[in-house]
Design a protein around this ligand. Structure first.
Ligand SMILES: [Zn+2]
Length: 73
């Protein structure tokens, strides 16, 4: 299960939407989003290209959706 989280890609950078797995504290691109961003300012934000790439990879690489046992840790 994944959700979108608005945040900055780098400190001082433009706001973007990251993808975050439900059971992790970091986004797919490895960010730890400190603060919640309000929806109004997030509406015009773009998407984090790294997260999008990772997300696309996950979607194609894991046909068995919902099996966390497949992750390696
Ligand atoms: Zn990201």
């Amino acid at each position: 299960m994944y959700e979108m989280c608005a945040g900055v890609e780098k400190p001082g950078d433009a706001l973007v939407w990251h993808v975050m797995a439900k059971n992790t504290a970091t986004t797919l691109c490895g960010q730890r989003l400190g603060q919640r961003v309000d929806g109004a300012s997030a509406q015009r934000a773009g998407h984090c290209s790294t997260c999008m790439a990772q997300f696309g990879k996950l979607m194609t690489a894991s046909p068995a959706v919902g099996s966390p046992a497949a992750t390696d840790r």
